[in-house]
Design a protein around this ligand. Structure first.
Ligand code: BES
Ligand code: MN
Ligand code: ZN
Length: 489
């Protein structure tokens, strides 16, 4: 499938399907739409009337057009209200059009262009390709038909080839993250994640260090928190550290740290029926997005040095498992009473953050499927965001807006750390149920000294049960686009 930009007018375009945009508040056909309606002897108006088409964002209406007009199918795509139009409206429209034209060979897309042409071309490319991506790797006979689209022309966007390529690179990172999340825990393991990092490093010229178990034992005071989580697994832990370095001098040095539990059964505080144990292959969603961002960043080549860290392991049970109540010592010397073995992500991240801070970067962002409490607070579409640094929080929010990914800033309420006070160790790993995503963030904060830091709890948006907008069912690849945009700020 090839996406190109053309300056053909929608009236002259010929091919299989023509998609045109329609605003929710449009009362009468104007401009290009009116001219098209005239050319097609009133079909546009008839379609709107017959289907009672309102133009809500992401909806489509389809009519067959006699092929004497040079096109065979007309797709009207809703753009929502004109005053609410934003970059993500184009991404959503691209997705809706792609779904409607999936079985056609050629597609022309003509939308009203309000805003920067390069950003619109990129967003359309992302929406089209992400909606068409289907992960059939594990089906012997896929029931979904593969897309037949060969050529997609973005009308009125001639000259935006570089923006289309940027969108395609972004998509390659999002798809890597989706596929890592979709693959089950007997396929994606700490060993396979390290192998994926190795492939990325060789293909795109990234530096890579894998710390094996013994290296982790020897790092500073020993990564006892991370290794404690992995000690019941039959698969060795792999601490992945990949680096992208620009050719010239780096403008900034940044780090992205992703929670990488390739499976989380809860440990001896085993996840019981109804807790979604069968979905816990997604618990490496943070690491998946970290590798996805690395893939895109390595191709887009910003003037920024970026470190990618995944402390990969499994949370399992066996005779070697952590006992509830065990005391672990993290690499910075802090001791942790594990009052719940299912709060394991924060234990792995504790050592990952201590390690990352020794890299002397300007800012650290961690992303983690950390708490069910965050899903209770913000639902499935919005990630929590905590930060010690308002400028960093603002950078991330701006990056997210442009990416069409949603975050809501939450408080680092120091008083709630009382809930993590331990009688016997420096802290417990689990606080009371109220404010559970906040105490998790406060726990992580104990492992950061002074580097500006932000924590993203992505437990909700990393997975989608059904197709919606640009997502299909399964892993969403959230928040690869935000991370890439952030690095470019
Ligand atoms: N991986 C889970 C969090 C999670 C829940 C991710 C739902 C995706 C969807 C995490 O390790 C966990 O088990 N958290 C516990 C913490 C509790 C024991 C304090 C939780 O949220 O119940
Ligand atoms: Mn858990
Ligand atoms: Zn977990």
């Amino acid at each position: 499938m090839q996406i190109t930009a053309k300056d053909t007018s929608l009236l002259n375009w010929t091919g299989n399907s023509l998609a045109v945009g329609f605003f929710e508040d449009a009362t009468e056909l104007t401009g290009d739409l009116a001219a098209l309606n005239e050319k097609l002897s009133g079909i546009v108006q008839e379609l709107i009337t017959d289907e009672e088409f309102k133009g809500k964002s992401g909806t489509t209406a389809i009519a067959r057009v006699g092929s004497q007009n040079g096109i065979r199918k007309l797709i009207l795509v809703g753009l929502g209200k004109q005053e609410d139009l934003k970059l993500d409206s184009y991404r959503r429209a691209g997705a809706a059009i792609a779904r409607a034209a999936k079985q056609d060979s050629s597609l022309g897309v003509s939308l009203p262009l309000e805003g920067a042409a390069n950003e619109i071309a990129q967003a359309l490319t992302e929406g089209i390709q992400l909606a068409l991506h289907q992960d059939n790797r594990f089906k012997s006979e896929p029931e979904d038909k593969a897309p037949k689209l060969e050529s997609i022309e973005l009308l009125g966007l001639a000259g935006q080839d570089a923006a289309i390529s940027k969108g395609e690179i972004m998509v390659s990172g999002v798809i890597l993250a989706r596929e890592l999340v979709n693959a089950p825990a007997n396929e994606v393991t700490p060993i396979s994640m390290a192998a994926t990092a190795q492939e990325l490093a060789s293909e795109y010229g990234l530096e890579l260090t894998i710390l094996e178990q013994a290296d982790c034992e020897n790092f500073e005071q020993g990564m006892g928190a991370y290794l404690g989580v992995g000690q019941a697994s039959d698969i060795p832990p792999k601490f992945i550290h990949m680096i992208y370095k620009p050719e010239g001098t780096a403008k900034r040095k940044l780090a992205i740290v992703g929670k990488s539990l390739t499976f989380d059964c809860g440990g001896l505080n085993l996840k019981v029926g109804g807790s979604g144990i069968e979905t816990m292959k997604m618990d490496m969603g943070g690491g998946a997005a970290t590798l996805g961002a690395a893939k895109a960043i390595a191709q887009l080549k910003p003037d920024v040095e970026v470190h990618f860290i995944c402390a990969a392991t499994e949370n399992m049970i066996s005779g070697k498992a952590m006992h509830p109540g065990d005391i672990l010592k993290a690499s910075n010397g802090k001791t942790i009473e594990v009052n719940n073995t299912d709060a394991e992500g924060r234990l792995t991240l504790a050592d990952a953050l201590v390690y990352t801070e020794t890299l002397e970067v300007d800012a650290i962002v961690d992303l983690a499927t950390l708490t069910g409490a965050c899903v209770v607070a913000l639902g499935n579409d919005i990630s929590g965001l905590w930060s010690t640094d308002e400028a960093l929080a603002a950078e991330l929010k701006a990056a997210a807006e442009n990416a069409g990914e949603k975050f809501w800033q939450m408080p680092l309420e120091d008083k709630y750390f009382e809930g993590l006070k331990s009688q016997i160790a420096d802290m417990k790993n689990t606080g009371p149920r109220p404010g559970g995503s906040i105490t998790a963030a406060l726990f992580l904060k104990q492992f950061i000294k002074e580097t500006p830091w932000a924590h993203l709890d992505i437990a909700g948006p990393v997975w989608s049960d059904k197709p919606s907008g640009i997502n299909n069912s399964g892993g969403t690849g959230f928040p690869v686009r935000t991370l890439v945009n952030w690095v470019f700020q």
